[in-house]
Design a protein around this ligand. Structure first.
Ligand code: SAT
Ligand code: MN
Length: 584
C-alpha cells in the first residue's frame, strides 16, 4: 500500500507510519488534513455503511447517531496498562506489564489487523496551536468514527502536522478497533517512550487517544519530568457582578458533573454573575513567572455524558448539542431525534437501535455527545489564549452520600494536596464495573495518573513550592444525601452560591469558621437569597462529624498503605496534623 505523506512531513513520522503499515497491513493509508471536505467525506462514508444515522436535519442539523458494540460502552480500567520500565514507577495505582512483553502481546494483536481497512494518520495538537504549554501527538487508527471524534476533540490536521515537522516531537498513539472482543482488548501506555497502543475498543477514552491516554496518562508523566501538571479538571471563568473575573479548576471523577459545573448558568436570584467555560475535563497546569499557577485546556471539544442533560440541568449543553454533534449510544425518537433519560416523552428505539421494551434505561447510562467547544454558548475565548489563564482556586470533589460537607477550604497548599489525595467517590457508569461503590480516587486521577501516586503527590508539593501566589484549594460535595436517600443540596446553578463564597474568601472579604478539616462558611456567609433550604438542612450540609472523620482517617491511612514507600513526608505530616486536630 502507498504511504504518501504531505510534503515536509518529518522522517520519524513517515517511518513510524511505514512500520505500522507493514505490521497491520491496511488496504489504504490516509493522512488526515483536518479540512471540511475530509470531514464531509468521512461522514458520508459512515452514513453509507450504516454506522452513522443522520438525525432530523430540521431540528438536529449535521448531527449523527452512532451505536457502539454493547460490550464496548465505557473505559475498561482493568485492561488499561502503564508499562514503565520499572514496575515500581507505575505504582500500585496502575496495572503494569513489562514493556517488552506488552509490546510483543500488542504486536501479535496488531499483526494484519487492518487488512481490508483504511489506516488513518491523525496529527493533532493538545492545547492552543501557538502555546508553549501545548503538546503534539499522532494517532494511527482504523476507525473513521475515531477520526471524526478526534477532529472535534483536538486541533487536528495540517497545522498540527507542521508543528510536529518543526520539532519532531510527538506522542505516538496506535489504535485499532480489532474485533471488539473484550478478551482481546488492551490499552497500553509506555510513558518513557511517549507511546500508546490500544486494541479492541472503539469507545471514548479507550480509542480517542488524545484524551485520557495522551492528555492525562502520558502527559502526567511528561509533566513530572518537565515541571507541570496534567489534571482531570474542568476550567471555568467566573465574573462577579463587580466585573472581576477569577479562573477556577475543579477535579471530579468521571460523570460527577464536571461538564455541568463548567457550563453553570447562574440562578435568577444571582443576577450579574457570569460563568464562561474554558474546559470540561482536562487541564494542564504550570507555574508562571509571576508565581501564579496557569492553566490551559488541551482539548477543543467535549465528550460529555448525555443522560440527565436537559434545558433545566444544563441549558448551555442542551443548546450546544442541537446541531453539529455526534451522539453515541443515545436512544432515538420516531422523529429521528436523539433521546435520553431526563428528556420528556419516550423514544422509539433504544441505544442499540431496537424498538424499546417495557423498561428503560433506553439510552445507555454512559451515552455521550461529541461537540466542538466553540458551539457552547458559554465558551470562553480565553481557551485560545496561548498563555492560558491564572488560577484563583482549585476545587476537589467527589460523589459522597455522607461525611464530606458541602464545602471546606484547605489551610494551605500542602494541606490542599492532602485534601486532593483523600478524594473518594461513588463509582458511575463511565467505567465498566459496579456502580455506586465508594472508592478512593485521589485528585480524581486514579484511572489516569501515569506513574506512582507517591511520586505524583510529591510533584504536587514541589509545584506548590514554586508558587508565591498559589490558588486556594477547596473541597466540595454536591451529593450529600439524607438517610432516606434524598439529595440535600439542589446542585446545578445553585452551586454558584458555593463558588461565590470561595471568591469572597479569595478576595479576603470574609473570614471563616475554623474546623479541624479546614475553613468553612460562617452562618449567613453562604448566599441563600432566592433559595428554599431549611436551616436544619444547611446545618447538616456544613456539619463536621468528628467521629465519622476519625473513622475516615483510618480508612484513608489504610488506602494509602500501598503507597507508603513513596508517600511524601510532607503528606505524612499533614495526615498527623489533621488527626491531631480531629482529636482536640
Ligand atoms: O471515556 S472517557 O474517558 O473519554 C470519559 C470519562 O470517563 O471521563
Ligand atoms: Mn473525564
Amino acid at each position: 500500500m502507498l504511504n504518501v505523506a504531505p510534503a515536509g512531513t518529518h522522517s520519524a513520522l513517515i517511518s513510524w507510519v511505514d512500520d505500522v503499515a507493514a505490521l497491520t497491513q491496511p488496504d489504504r493509508i490516509v493522512w488526515c488534513q483536518g479540512t471540511d471536505e475530509e470531514r464531509h467525506a468521512l461522514t458520508d462514508q459512515l452514513v453509507q455503511s450504516g454506522e452513522f444515522k443522520p438525525l432530523n436535519p430540521a431540528t438536529y442539523p449535521h448531527s449523527y447517531w452512532y451505536k457502539s458494540d454493547p460490550k464496548d460502552v465505557a473505559r475498561t480500567e482493568h485492561l488499561t496498562f502503564v508499562c514503565t520500565n520499572a514496575q515500581a514507577d507505575a505504582g500500585p495505582n496502575n496495572v503494569w506489564m513489562e514493556p517488552a512483553a506488552a509490546k510483543s502481546k500488542m504486536s501479535a494483536l496488531f499483526a494484519g489487523c487492518m487488512r481490508g481497512r483504511t489506516l488513518y494518520v491523525v496529527p493533532y495538537c493538545m492545547g492552543p496551536l501557538n502555546s508553549p504549554l501545548s503538546r503534539y501527538g499522532v494517532e494511527i487508527t482504523d476507525s473513521a468514527y475515531v477520526v471524526l471524534n478526534m477532529r472535534i476533540m483536538t486541533r487536528m490536521g495540517l497545522d498540527a502536522l507542521r508543528k510536529i515537522n518543526d520539532s519532531g516531537q510527538f506522542v505516538r498513539g496506535l489504535h485499532s478497533t480489532g474485533d471488539l472482543n473484550p478478551d482481546r482488548r488492551f490499552i497500553m501506555h509506555f510513558p518513557e517512550e511517549r507511546l500508546i497502543m490500544s486494541f479492541g475498543s472503539g469507545y471514548g477514552g479507550n480509542a480517542l487517544l488524545g484524551k485520557k491516554c495522551h492528555a492525562l496518562r502520558i502527559a502526567s508523566f511528561q509533566g513530572r519530568e518537565e515541571g507541570w501538571l496534567a489534571e482531570h479538571m474542568l476550567l471555568l471563568g467566573l465574573t462577579s457582578p463587580t466585573g472581576q473575573t477569577h479562573y477556577v479548576a475543579a477535579a471530579f471523577p468521571s460523570a460527577c458533573g464536571k461538564t455541568n459545573l463548567a457550563m453553570l448558568l447562574p440562578p435568577e436570584s444571582m443576577p450579574g454573575w457570569k460563568v464562561t467555560t474554558i474546559g470540561d475535563d482536562i487541564a494542564w497546569l504550570q507555574p508562571g513567572p509571576d508565581g501564579r499557577l496557569w492553566a490551559i485546556n488541551p482539548e477543543a471539544g467535549y465528550f460529555g455524558v448525555a443522560p440527565g442533560t436537559t434545558e433545566k440541568t444544563n441549558r448551555n449543553a442542551f443548546k450546544m448539542v442541537q446541531g453539529n454533534t455526534i451522539f453515541t449510544n443515545v436512544a432515538l425518537t420516531e422523529n429521528q431525534e436523539p433521546w435520553w433519560e431526563g428528556l420528556p416523552g419516550k423514544p422509539a428505539l433504544d441505544w442499540q437501535g431496537n424498538p424499546i421494551g417495557e423498561k428503560g434505561p433506553y439510552a445507555h447510562p454512559n451515552a455521550r455527545f461529541t461537540v466542538d467547544a466553540k458551539h457552547n454558548p458559554s465558551y470562553g475565548i480565553e481557551a485560545e489564549d496561548p498563555n492560558g489563564v491564572p488560577l484563583s482556586a482549585i476545587i476537589f470533589g467527589g460523589r459522597r452520600a455522607s461525611l464530606a460537607p458541602l464545602v471546606y477550604e484547605a489551610r494551605d497548599w500542602n494541606h490542599g494536596v492532602l485534601v486532593g489525595a483523600s478524594v473518594a467517590s461513588e463509582t458511575t457508569a463511565a467505567i465498566t464495573g459496579q456502580v455506586g461503590v465508594l472508592r478512593r480516587d485521589p485528585m480524581a486521577m486514579k484511572p489516569f495518573c501515569g506513574y506512582h501516586f507517591g511520586d505524583y503527590w510529591q510533584h504536587w508539593i514541589n509545584i506548590g513550592q514554586q508558587l508565591t501566589n498559589p490558588p486556594k484549594i477547596f473541597h466540595v460535595n454536591w451529593f450529600r444525601q439524607s438517610p432516606q436517600g434524598q439529595f440535600l443540596w439542589p446542585g446545578f446553578g445553585d452551586n454558584l452560591r458555593v463558588l461565590e463564597w470561595m471568591i469572597k474568601r479569595i478576595e479576603r472579604q470574609i473570614d471563616a469558621h475554623d474546623t479541624p478539616i479546614g475553613a468553612m462558611p460562617k452562618a449567613g456567609d453562604l448566599n441563600r437569597h432566592g433559595l428554599q433550604l431549611d436551616e436544619a438542612v444547611l446545618t447538616e450540609l456544613l456539619r463536621v462529624d468528628r467521629d465519622a472523620w476519625q473513622a475516615e482517617m483510618v480508612a484513608l491511612e489504610e488506602d494509602l498503605k500501598p503507597y507508603s514507600d513513596r508517600l511524601p513526608s510532607v503528606l505524612r505530616q499533614e495526615i498527623d496534623a489533621l488527626k491531631n486536630r480531629l482529636r482536640h
